[in-house]
Ligand binder design. Sequence first.
Ligand SMILES: [Zn+2]
Ligand SMILES: [Zn+2]
Length: 319
Amino acid sequence: MDLKFFKSDRNLSLLEENDTQHRFLQPVWDLRLGFEDWMTSPLFPVFLSVGFYFLCNIPYTIVDLYFQDFEIVKRFKIQPEKRVTWPMMRKAILKTLYNNLVFIMPTMIAQWIWVPPTPFPRLAPKFYDFAYQSVAMMMIFDFQYWFWHMVHHRNRWLYKNFHAIHHQYHATFGWTTQYLHPWELVTVGFFTTIDGWFFECHPMTYWCFMLLNVGMSVEAHSGYDLPIFPHKWLPIYGGGPKHDMHHMKPLTNYQPFFSTWDRLFGWDCPGISGGGVKGKRLLAWEERRRGQRINKHATELMGGTENGELVPDKEKKRN
Ligand SMILES: [Zn+2]
Ligand SMILES: [Zn+2]
């Protein structure tokens, strides 16, 4: 990820000379002092994002490995009957490490060699800029990925060659978030990078957007429906239940975070709630579609069965 989009040093010093206001976020931004040599490196955003991805997954991993049979845990699990095992996790973790080492690291090392470190601004971002830019970047990313995702499901060649790998898991768990074809990982990295360019945003705003993106993606794949998750209080937010439904019925819920575009185009499907409970809206959705003929192409994109239950590629070949 390139840091060149941050405002140039000369422009910043001109702006900062006239700005004597106290910045609400200054104490947070000042935490960088003493670490700037390391933080201005083009490698920093990658370590931050990969490190945060592993950090977000730790609590889900512990719960899935040691507590998934506890009644209290099952009450919040979207598909309580599906077990998450260590070999499943190990496969997904190794894939993430492989993708990062083989495809992301060489790009970062090239940047490290050829792109000079970018000096940081002295002042923190204004709170208003920080808040609106973070939200705006999330919404832009949500639209970009929605379109990419929809096209990669509706085109058979794109699905088979690039996106199908992510759908090898019928029920999601944290580590499935980055179980991706390298093309998908590179596209996600590209969208994340250019979204920062749109606003010439402050490094702190950009990093926050990156971390939010990682945290929300892991939450969407966690397989849990917890009362603290945003979809409980933000009706346009999709979250875990909707993305888990996307892995069960892959021709629905293409948006990674929100549900606005899917609703507009009729691709929205209500998710299953914690404890495997089907709500009224989901039952009504299923009733409306009962008996509808699904063409062969759509059936194939749903994993080969008419109810959208996916069968891993290897098992499909054996049948
Ligand atoms: Zn997914
Ligand atoms: Zn998909």
